[in-house]
Design a protein around this ligand. Sequence first.
Ligand SMILES: Nc1ncnc2c1ncn2[C@@H]1O[C@H](COP(=O)(O)OP(=O)(O)O)[C@@H](O)[C@H]1O
Ligand SMILES: [Mg+2]
Length: 268
Amino acid sequence: MTGSSATPVVTVDNLTKRFGEVTAVDSIGFSVAEGSITALLGGNGAGKTTTLSILLGLLLPTSGSVTVFGEDMLRHRYRVLPRMNFSSPYVDLPKRLSVAENLTVYAHLYGLDRIPERVAGVARDMEISPFLDRPTGTLSAGQNTRVALAKALLNEPRLLLVDEPTASLDPDTSDWVRGYLESYRRRTGATILLASHNMAEVERLCDHVVMLHEGKIVDRGSPAELVTRYGRHTLEEVFLDIARDRRSPGDRRAAGDGRDGNVLPAAQ
Ligand SMILES: Nc1ncnc2c1ncn2[C@@H]1O[C@H](COP(=O)(O)OP(=O)(O)O)[C@@H](O)[C@H]1O
Ligand SMILES: [Mg+2]
């Protein structure tokens, strides 16, 4: 189902983004298989949002290339944007417009047809129908996240980019959002690339993980492969190893430090 042998939907090659002195993204390369849910996993400042913004054409890279649906994103992004969308809790919709007005404005911007039906459809999917007429600025964080996702689903994207889908949500709403993303992928065969620092989320949802630390890819693989390779029980433990700059068990043995990696060391 994940189509790993097919042409990737996204290919990033040797991508670098510098903001003055800061190298936010440092020569990274990865691809996203069609129909997969792939994660960019990393702590604060790892370069996840910067990478997603470049994929969307919102930021220009310092160097490197990005191909989406076989098109060079830096030259022909308007050919592929209609098949993409993104959702981020950090992008505010105009607060005084009602939820329905915001969704309608975006549907027009996307050049969609049957706009009232589409707005009603995504509102039903995201369970936001009861507050379509409320000013967007009066919504709770959980409601806002669902409205942002509704906006991202308006054009039924074949490639959905999601930045921190469950940041600031309670566990119940987080679980519901994760379940929705899974069912959207299953129902439509769409490809999802999500940025997250939530290991449990990534472990549950993702087929493939690209681990970022300080702008660099430090490892990649399926959650199960990574857990096995590091001799750990959970992706969270793997992540702590990497974030604290420890090495895989093979490297540790080669360096003669004796730990077998089965016990998570005390926090440092
Ligand atoms: N517009 C910007 N100007 C300067 N530095 C930025 C800008 N955007 C991001 N950065 C820096 O780039 C690095 C990566 O940021 P970001 O991609 O937002 O990380 P993440 O989403 O993984 O938390 C951080 O050090 C951040 O401070
Ligand atoms: Mg971010």
